[in-house]
Design a protein around this ligand. Structure first.
Ligand code: PLP
Length: 407
């Protein structure tokens, strides 16, 4: 038989968070080894379960939802209305139910938003490092990802000069991930305004991934970039996966706001793609209304004394204490992106580095280049495991690095 090859569309598409190192980890687990996982933001896997109120409502609603069948392709009215109210809280103006799309997680909608927009040769500005879905879907949609650098020296804020230098006649849009995965950065309002100004000057769409907008430490507040202008087109993504610890419910939303008058054709494209997949799962849709109307977000876990805050502090202190390692303290989200000084750790291939760490110490991380970071000198650490597991895991990383220094 002829070998069956994957499509050429996938040539530049990668998603290393679930790549070959994870395959090795699976194999080791099948052999009975226990691995400490600092690799993905799957909150439920670390005992952070969805709020009771959401679970109870989900159970209550399940029989009638199944009976109700498909919904409108953008989603049910009531949860979309709840999202409209949420945009009002976030001071995004002019949003109606018509501008809200519900999806099977934000991921589906991120892919939809790029598929509806891009032709061959179109460029999209994406942060480096990024949450790699954005780069992958731009490539899959036929566009070209162009990475702008985030500056570790300034707390991983986007480098505005680099953004300006990379805008070309083909640039269609800019992706802003705030709060950021993988760095934990939270962007100040002035910086967001500067990004809006660049978008305004060059007529770029702003794609704002704000899925961690309630996962904030140290009393920090989040500003939605879409609240800062009416004369730029914004597409904002959010959902229940992180702020409401409900990633298994696959429930997210997308809001189109700002200058919609010139975007009729694009919006038609979005509507068509939304109809083609019929609708998002209905139990997940219904959970949105309960979540946004209630009080059981992630707030208690990130507040003083909260589990996530303690874990962030411990991981940050322990990582920074390792010779040749430095880490910007995350202000938000569930991740940090430590730097391994290349003079101390001359790593040529960071996937190999992650592989060896897994084999030798049974700790799973994702290498920095998996987040479209150009150099093999970073990795992402997820601080979701409890304090004991984090202490054990970072102790093992320290031991591994000590061995690496002696090579
Ligand atoms: N955006 C960012 C920045 C993420 O970190 C993730 C998941 O880790 C997603 C989107 C995907 O979210 P969802 O579970 O809603 O598809």
């Amino acid at each position: 038989m002829k070998p069956i090859a994957k499509s050429s569309k996938l040539a530049n598409v990668g998603y290393d968070i679930r790549g070959p190192v994870l395959d090795k980890a699976r194999q080791m687990e099948e052999e009975g080894q226990r691995i400490i996982k600092l690799n993905i933001g799957n909150v439920a896997a670390f005992g952070l379960m969805p709020p009771d109120e959401i679970v109870r409502d989900m159970i209550h609603n399940l029989p009638s939802q199944v009976a109700a069948g498909y919904t409108d392709s953008k989603g049910l009215f009531a949860p979309r209305k709840a999202v409209v109210h949420y945009t009002q809280e976030k001071r995004i103006s002019g949003v109606t139910v018509d501008d809200v799309y519900l999806g099977n997680g934000a991921s589906e909608l991120i892919a939809m938003s790029m598929n509806a927009l891009l032709d061959a040769g179109d460029e999209v500005l994406i942060p480096s490092p990024d949450y790699p879905l954005h780069t992958a879907v731009v490539s899959l949609s036929g566009g070209t990802p162009v990475h702008y650098r985030c500056d570790e020296g300034s707390g991983w804020l986007p480098d505005l000069d680099d953004i300006r230098a990379k805008v070309s006649a083909n640039t269609k849009a800019i992706v802003v991930i705030n709060p950021n995965n993988p760095t934990g950065a939270l962007y100040p309002v002035d910086l967001l305004k500067d990004i809006v100004e660049i978008a305004r000057q060059h007529q770029l769409i702003v794609f704002a991934d704000e899925i961690y907008d309630k996962t904030l430490y140290d009393g920090n507040e989040h500003t939605s970039i879409a609240s800062l202008a009416d004369d730029v087109l914004f597409v904002t993504f959010n959902g229940l996966s992180k702020n409401y610890r409900s990633c298994g419910y696959r429930s997210g939303w997308m809001v189109v706001s700002g200058e919609k008058r010139y975007a009729k054709d694009y919006i038609e494209g979005l509507n068509m793609l939304a109809s083609m997949r019929l609708c998002a799962n209905t139990p997940g849709q219904m959970a949105i209304q309960t979540a946004l109307g209630g009080y059981q977000s992630i707030k208690d876990l990130v507040a003083p004394g909260g589990r996530l805050l303690k874990q962030r502090d411990l991981a940050w202190e322990m990582m920074n204490a390792i010779p040749g390692v430095s880490v910007v303290k995350p202000k938000a989200a569930l991740y940090m992106f430590p730097r391994l000084d290349p003079k101390v750790y001359p790593i040529a291939d960071d996937q190999q580095f992650a592989y060896e760490l897994l084999e030798q110490e049974r700790v799973l991380i994702v290498q920095g280049t998996g987040f479209n970071w150009p150099d093999p000198d970073h990795f992402r650490l997820v601080f979701l495991p409890n304090l004991d597991d984090l202490t054990e895991a970072i102790g093992r990383i320290e031991r591994f690095l000590a061995g690496y220094r002696k090579r």
